[in-house]
Design a protein around this ligand. Structure first.
Ligand code: PEP
Length: 260
């Protein structure tokens, strides 16, 4: 049974002080939530402070991005090695804001996936279509390319340290959520794809989480879908009460036996 994974992406928000206040509140509110993995991705500058607070909790801290090379003349970049050194256990890679604003392509994202895996951290690979691609019936082709290229040369053993975040771009930060049926269809497609590329076991074990305006009032219907294993939460992760309510979602029946 896959353990749900609820990740907060704080994006470019919060001073170190504000991040510390938020994470203290979250540690308190989430102290009893042991049946999901809880992950937080603060801004780079807040990572060490947040990681220090989380060290005495079950909450894991990660980066929102990283550079593929471990070190060198790459002004302004932060490597997977440095993330690990700062206390990170995962990194979000290929977020649509990185793809769209910073023009990251699948080959570059694939190099980051390898860099994160080499550090023994969890790589959360984000995939998702624009509204135009969905309306032009290109949805599955887009997802297929992003998965195949993003995971190029990642072997079955390494897939134990990979999670996929399906985030339809038109649903991110817009208040629009894919219907749980629409999201479930894409999650099932991704699982089927991974079955074909890897094996039934990899497909069964990998966590495929949903992102796009997840809120306390829509988490239950999303998590009721068999192939949705958690959420990547942007806006709502900045409010302790909302993120705690999302992480504390009522367990649907098919998760009743998930790892405690
Ligand atoms: C995200 O940043 O990955 C995201 C899904 O944002 P939001 O929840 O605000 O739509």
């Amino acid at each position: 049974m896959r353990k749900p994974l609820i990740a907060g992406n704080w994006k470019l928000h919060h001073s170190i002080d504000e991040a510390q206040t938020l994470v203290h509140e979250l540690c308190e509110k989430l102290a009893d939530v042991r049946n999901s993995d809880i992950l937080l991705a603060p801004s780079f500058t807040s990572i060490p402070a947040v990681a220090q607070i989380c060290a005495s909790s079950h909450i894991k801290v990660g980066g929102q991005n990283c550079y593929p090379e471990p070190q060198g003349a790459f002004t302004g970049e932060v490597s997977a090695l440095q993330l690990k050194d700062a206390g990170c256990e995962f990194a979000i890679l290929g977020h649509s804001e990185r793809r769209q604003i910073f023009k990251e392509d699948d080959t570059f994202i694939n190099a980051k996936v390898h860099a994160v895996l080499e550090q023994g951290m969890l790589a959360i690979l984000c995939v998702g279509e624009t509204l135009e691609q969905r309306e032009n019936d290109e949805l599955f082709e887009v997802i297929n390319n992003q998965i195949q290229l993003g995971l190029h040369n990642v072997n079955a053993e390494q897939m134990e340290n990979v999670a996929i975040a399906y985030e339809p771009i038109w649903a991110i930060g817009t208040g629009k959520t894919a219907s749980s049926d629409d999201a479930a269809e894409v999650h099932a497609y991704i699982r089927g794809l991974l079955h074909g590329v890897y094996s039934a076991q990899v497909a069964q074990n990998i966590r495929i989480i949903y992102g796009g305006s997840v809120k306390p009032d829509n988490i239950s219907s999303l998590m009721a879908q068999a192939d949705i294993d958690g959420a990547l939460v942007g806006g709502a992760s900045l409010k302790a009460a909302d993120f705690a309510a999302i992480a504390n979602f009522p367990r649907p029946l098919h998760m009743a036996s998930a790892n405690p």
